[in-house]
Design a protein around this ligand. Structure first.
Ligand SMILES: Nc1ncnc2c1ncn2[C@@H]1O[C@H](COP(=O)(O)OP(=O)(O)OP(=O)(O)O)[C@@H](O)[C@H]1O
Length: 554
């Protein structure tokens, strides 16, 4: 049970020692932030109703009176009014049979300290409101934000929810002097005064609040599990809704505002790259394998903790320029909803700066080093074995854990990797590190050794399925049937052309970027014109290649 809730329960028990001056059936618990640290405190307003023991004769006369009134009402009232009265009385009777508890969640305390539970509950209800389409809801989108529209429960409205079979009702309103919204029985100024100590701070009258009503018999479920569930769902929603960032190392400016370590090391931009696994032109089996690997990784927090391993995964993406390495990184970040840290090694001034940069990255991020072969002079074991490598340099290299003191020529790939390996153990939360290269053959074997890079992924030329994905992305994937008299002719021609392009792509090598360029060049000309242009280009390249082979033979 969360400690906040433990407090809430204790508060309720305390309040039972201060019974209210009026009797009340419902029990009210006000939840508001108790300290500047945002702890949530709670205190009950009213205790259980004291049992009274009516005499049997008065029960009998009450029953007889009720019968007479009922008969009179049926005779006198119009049928609609009689029906409404019956429903009202039925509801009142049901409430009497199943007493409810009420928790009041204030937006903030009298000092204006916001209540995290209020904000979380609004987020939670907003997601539920959107799902069940109520007649009224509030929609909000922060100015300039890329995040989704947020829904919340409008003032003086009600939302129903069910948790583990327990039906609860949330109502929005304003706190009255009791700290509760709406009508509250059982309030006495004396009880309220005694309760203030429980809050840690007084309640601001008029502050917005949410009332949570639930059957008293399910109090433990609501307090012990439901509130924790609301907080957990809201925090997942917050994570999902946050504006994702692309961080680059370099000079940061904060308009004179004080900067923390992270802001000093990384400048941020909204990350809005549209690439997804659906728009990626790649072999479908490879795409599915990567997706499963990522899902496995993010779901195995406990496994990594149990095995005493840092929760990280390393990918090496290699392939020719334009085969989609950057697009794949963007798709991965979008799939996992991670931020991206684009680490430009050539801009790193020293080894200690590199360490600080990596250590300041946040969880749920992809750390990318593009073109690793170009970022560093490959200072590997082969180089060390060469005659230009002196024994003193060797000793210094080992002293530095495989890393040389900074000079552009002296940062070694294996040294960077040693840093990276050492770093993980000090980082909390999941991170994916991705290196890219166009020349895998030039890489230091240290990078390729098992356990360092978990997956080595080769991205290749554009083939059949990849072509269809690109055609779908750039040309809409349709046949343009509206231009043809006979239905289906447009689609048939589309299939013919794309089939021809597929066959040619088996013989002529084009990267996805090359194909994308052809399609973009035909923007607005229609799918058939773009595919025809691609077929012509491929045919031209095939003829040129054949001529080249023939001239070599001669
Ligand atoms: N596999 C792909 N799927 C979808 N689009 C692609 C793919 N590959 C390339 N493209 C298109 O080509 C452009 C260049 O691709 P990208 O930058 O991802 O390639 P790269 O392999 O990272 O190239 P480089 O090695 O030069 O950085 C992208 O903007 C994208 O439009």
């Amino acid at each position: 049970m969360p400690s906040s809730y433990k407090n809430a329960r204790e508060g309720t028990d305390n309040a039972n020692h201060n019974p209210p001056t009026h009797e009340s059936r419902g029990r009210h618990t006000t939840v508001c932030p108790s300290t500047a640290h945002g702890h949530i405190g709670a205190t009950s307003l009213a205790g259980d109703m004291k049992a009274t023991a009516p005499s049997w004769s008065s029960v009998g006369s009450l029953f007889a009176t009720a019968m007479v009134v009922r008969a009179a009402a049926r005779d006198v009232l119009p049928p609609e009014a009689y029906g409404a009265l019956r429903a009202l009385l039925g509801h009142a009777a049901a409430t009497f049979r199943h007493p409810t508890d009420t928790i009041v969640v204030l937006e903030s305390d009298a000092n204006g300290v916001p209540n995290e539970l209020y904000e979380s509950a609004q987020l939670y209800l907003g997601a539920h409101c959107l799902a069940s389409s109520p007649p009224v809801m509030h929609l909000h989108k922060a100015h300039g934000a890329t995040a989704d529209v947020v829904a919340s429960l409008p003032h003086h409205h009600t939302a129903r929810d069910t948790f583990r079979g327990v039906a609860v009702v949330w109502t929005s309103g304003n706190a009255d002097a009791t700290g509760c919204g709406g009508t509250t029985t059982g309030y006495s100024p004396a009880a309220f005064a005694g309760r203030r100590g429980g809050f840690g701070s007084p309640v601001a009258v008029g502050v917005r609040c949410l009332r949570l009503e639930f059957p008293r018999r399910h109090r433990d479920v609501v307090r012990g599990e439901y509130i924790a569930h609301v907080l957990a769902v809201a925090s997942a929603l917050r994570l999902k809704m946050r504006e994702r960032k692309l961080y680059t190392n370099g000079q940061s400016y904060c308009h004179g505002a004080p900067m923390d370590e992270h802001q000093m090391m990384w400048s941020s931009h909204p990350f809005t790259h549209p690439s997804t696994f659906d728009t990626l032109a790649m072999d479908p089996a490879l795409r599915d394998a990567i997706r499963s690997d990522l899902l496995r990784f993010v779901r195995r927090r406990e496994h990594y903790a149990r095995a005493g391993r840092a929760w990280k995964r390393g990918y090496l993406l290699h392939g020719l320029p334009g085969t989609g390495k950057t697009s794949l990184i963007a798709a991965i970040a979008n799939f996992l909803e991670f931020d991206i840290y684009d680490l430009e090694l050539t801009a790193v001034g020293s080894n200690s700066e590199l360490r600080r940069l990596l250590a300041s990255t946040r969880p749920k991020s992809v750390i990318v080093v593009e073109d690793i072969d170009c970022s560093l002079d490959l200072f590997d074991r082969t180089t060390r074995a060469s005659s230009s490598w002196s024994p003193s340099q060797d000793a210094q290299f080992n002293d530095m854990g495989g890393m040389m003191p900074y000079t552009r020529e002296r940062i070694s790939l294996s040294g960077v990797l040693n840093f990276v390996d050492g770093l993980w153990s000090s980082c909390v939360g999941e991170r994916l590190i991705v290196f890219t290269t166009n020349h895998v053959d030039k890489l230091d074997p240290a990078l390729l050794r098992p356990g360092r890079m978990d997956r080595k992924i080769e991205l290749g030329y554009c083939k059949g399925h990849a072509l269809r994905v690109l055609a779908n992305n750039y040309l809409g994937g349709g046949g343009g049937d509206e231009d043809y008299d006979v239905p289906g002719d447009g689609d048939r021609l589309y299939e013919e052309l794309i089939g021809e392009a597929e066959r040619l792509l088996e013989e002529v090598h084009l990267t996805p970027a090359d194909v994308a360029e052809v399609f973009m060049g035909c923007d607005g000309d229609g799918a058939h014109a773009a595919l025809r242009k691609l077929v012509d280009d491929l045919s031209g390249k095939r003829i040129a290649a054949q001529k080249c082979v023939e001239s070599n033979d001669v």
